[in-house]
Design a protein around this ligand. Structure first.
Ligand code: NAP
Length: 250
């Protein structure tokens, strides 16, 4: 059987559950060793690691807060030391603190910007030189449909994800000459812990705005990330791919 990521090494941030776990497991299924980043949920990260190892691939747990420059540098160095290289970085970790701006405190604003925006920039900074030196790499950033079509109460999150999309284009420009391709995925509503409250509150209203009338599974996001991260993608860089069941047109 041919696999798409044969003997590659990936870092997936926020892989202790949800979309990050689905990406880590699919990558392992496709022949990739995976560094599983998490911030606090070690039990969840261990579950992801067990699923990765079921496919005969190596899993490495890396506890690091992606909003810390130093912790991201240490994460990249530790992964490069263990595996000898880093082929793929998936900047997936993210949080929400939804509220109307008038009711938000500074901590709600800063935590979301720090985690979702600096939490993409710092791991990229830490990993980029490893990819530049070997003249190849793939970086996939997790945006959100909130960047282009924010719901009420998502201004901090929408601002951070809009930044992620601009950063994706800027990195594509900087890294193209070294054959490092940088893209983003902007999911709509995916069945994870993060979207539970939104799904509970507005189920019928949200589905009415989706052409496909259903939410997506984390695995469906992972499938798209796999394509962007794999050698099958040789010519796409600086793009934001929308995966939202037709939200844009509904
Ligand atoms: P989730 O189920 O809430 O999982 C979030 C993950 O991020 C967890 O593994 C968490 O680790 C990690 N994380 C949070 N803060 C971190 C930090 N500072 N450092 C390192 N790891 C951190 O979320 P999800 O639904 O899978 O979302 C994954 C990504 O997709 C996010 O970027 C999100 O914005 C984006 N997205 C999700 C949806 C959706 O509907 N679910 C839609 C659009 C975009 P710990 O548990 O260890 O804290």
């Amino acid at each position: 059987m041919t696999v798409k990521l044969s003997d590659q090494v990936a870092i997936v941030t926020g892989a202790s559950r949800g979309i990050g776990r689905a990406i880590a497991v699919l990558f392992a299924e496709e022949g990739c060793d995976v560094a599983i980043n998490y911030r606090g949920d070690e039990a969840g990260a261990l579950e992801t690691a067990a699923a990765v190892e079921q496919f005969g691939r190596k899993a490495m747990l890396v506890k690091a807060d992606v909003s810390s420059f130093e912790q991201c540098e240490r994460m990249a160095d530790a992964v490069a030391e263990r595996f000898g290289k880093i082929d793929i970085l998936v900047n997936n970790a993210g949080i929400t603190r939804d509220n109307l701006l008038v009711s938000m405190d500074a901590e709600d604003i800063e935590a979301v910007i720090r985690t979702n925006l600096l939490g993409v920039i710092y791991p990229t900074k830490a990993v980029a030189m490893h990819m530049v030196r070997k003249r190849s790499g793939r970086i996939v950033n997790m945006s959100s449909s909130a960047a282009s079509r924010p719901g009420k109460g998502q201004c901090n999150y929408a601002a951070a994800k809009g930044g992620v999309e601009s950063f994706t284009r800027a990195m594509a420009v900087e890294l193209a000459a070294r054959n490092v391709l940088v893209n983003a995925v902007a999911p709509g509503v995916i069945m994870t812990d993060m979207s539970e409250q939104i799904r509970d509150m507005g189920d019928e209203e949200i589905k009415a705005r989706l052409l496909l009338k259903r939410y997506a599974q984390p695995r469906e996001v992972a499938d798209l990330v796999l394509h962007l991260a794999s050698p099958a993608n040789q010519y796409m860089t600086g793009e934001v791919l929308h995966l939202n069941g037709g939200l844009k047109m509904a």
